[in-house]
Ligand binder design. Structure first.
Ligand code: ATP
Ligand code: MG
Length: 421
């Protein structure tokens, strides 16, 4: 993409009312726009990052047998009344509205109920199980606080996976499969080292659920970490009984602020019994389906990446989620110069080789271009100028490095060809 065509612009200052570092930087770099408190627009660069995060999650969900679908945000009360989750005393985050007829509807804050009800159409016999289905879908939650930028918004995309199994054992086995997939996802997204499998309260059917908590100053949770076992305990379940269960001593734990990037639950038969989702076993006897649900917030992950990796100059993206792989910068303002021609050729060749390039072909000063490049945070910067050509080629620099080097155009192209192999 040519930067001269990109309609967003960088800015020096973040809006005064934006207190979260992630939103400040993302707004300054032109990745997002604040529409109102707790609601952001994703602009071309920001949407590329969000989509890449979702692609990694999608890839790992497909690997463990997930089938992608999408359900509506609009929800009718009946199905939620059956599980006692329509009432505002029980669920205080509902956005509710009504149809022209006066009938009430809500905007889904999660989707256990409609998923369970839908599966009644398709699950009849033991032969139909297991089923794993997931979606990337917009949730609405009337959150009290919305001061963490894109890490807590009132409208956000969630990846929610639901499992439907024959037995408790099958369900518990799949739960472990998802737990491993989540570890892979957060590793690929560049936050694995700071992310801990955290014991949290489980509900009626299992003692614990597991949260994936990433150590982060901007996080709203507190977790107690055991370095030896590489696990953590959520503050809400820091009880003597839990410590005993996990075989850890209080003095071996350190407390950290953290942000919950994912959460997995064994739901047992809570939803299937309330909504009558059952199957006939080999003997023809009706049995309730065993379920689990598994969420990740891609935008919260994006916010956490910004909080953890950015530096004084701006954003820093891990390779797998960066909006582009290469920021190509032409410093020549004369379109007929050798430098300008070389930059154009390089842009064409890299694009032909399927390298994602943001090409800064604008008529700006070198200083402005470098500052923008640091702010936007693409992993590799390639500068073409009269000076670089005299030195023998183009100047390459990694976003996280202070030093640059000159390589020939051929060497640069070859390094990407090798990456493709
Ligand atoms: P929290 O305790 O932070 O409010 P939660 O436990 O209510 O989160 P879940 O219902 O477990 O959230 O949702 C699954 C995932 O969706 C979370 O792990 C998080 O990554 C993401 N998420 C939840 N609420 C929000 C929000 N308001 N904005 C952005 N992402 C969110
Ligand atoms: Mg949660």
């Amino acid at each position: 993409m040519r930067q001269s065509q990109l309609y967003t612009k960088t800015r020096k200052e973040a809006p005064a009312d934006e207190i979260a570092k992630n939103a400040q930087l993302l707004i300054r770099a032109g990745f997002i726009n604040k529409e109102m408190a707790g609601a952001y627009a994703y602009l071309p660069l920001g949407l590329r990052v969000l989509n890449k995060i979702m692609d990694v999650i999608r890839d790992e969900m497909n690997t463990i047998g997930g089938q992608e679908i999408t359900l509506p945000a609009l929800q009718e009360p009946e199905v939620w009344e059956k599980t006692n989750r329509w009432s505002e005393e029980v669920v205080d985050v509902w956005f509710k509205t009504e149809l022209k007829s006066g009938a009430k509807v809500g905007l889904g804050f999660t989707h256990e109920e409609p998923f369970t009800r839908m599966m009644k159409q398709f699950i009849r016999s033991y032969k139909d199980l297991p089923v794993y289905a997931y979606q990337f879908q917009t949730k609405f939650r009337n959150e009290t606080r919305a001061k963490s930028g894109i890490m807590r918004t009132r409208e956000f995309i969630m990846k929610d996976l639901y499992s439907f199994c024959r037995t408790k054992e099958d369900q518990e086995k799949y739960y472990e499969v998802v737990k491993e997939a989540y570890v892979k996802i957060f590793n690929r997204l560049g936050i694995g080292e700071k992310t801990y499998v955290t014991f949290a309260s489980g509900g009626v059917f299992s003692k614990y659920s597991h949260e994936f908590q990433t150590i982060c100053d901007a996080g709203e949770d507190e977790i107690y970490i055991h370095d030896g076992k590489r696990i953590a305990i959520n503050k809400e379940v820091m009880l003597p009984e839990v410590l005993a269960d996990l075989g850890v001593k209080q003095e071996d734990l350190r407390v950290e602020k953290a942000s919950e990037v994912g959460n997995i639950f064994n739901l047992g038969t809570r939803f299937s019994e309330a909504l009558e989702l059952s199957y006939q076993d080999e003997e023809g006897i009706s049995q309730p389906v065993w379920m689990g649900s598994y969420g990740i917030g891609p935008a919260r992950v994006m916010g956490v990446i910004v909080e953890l990796l950015s530096d004084a100059k701006g954003l820093v993206w891990p390779a797998e989620v960066a909006p582009f792989s290469v920021h190509l910068i032409s410093l020549s303002k004369d379109k007929d110069s050798q430098a300008a021609k070389t930059a154009e050729e390089l842009y064409t060749k890299l694009t032909d080789a399927h390298v994602e390039v943001l090409f800064d072909d604008r008529e700006e000063s070198a200083g402005a271009k470098f500052a923008d490049s640091d702010l936007i945070g693409i992993p590799m910067r390639v500068v073409v100028s009269d000076k670089s050509l005299q030195a023998g080629g183009v100047e390459i620099k990694e976003r996280t490095s202070d030093t640059s080097e000159i390589v020939t155009v051929e060497q640069l192209l070859k390094s990407f060809a090798q990456n493709c192999d």
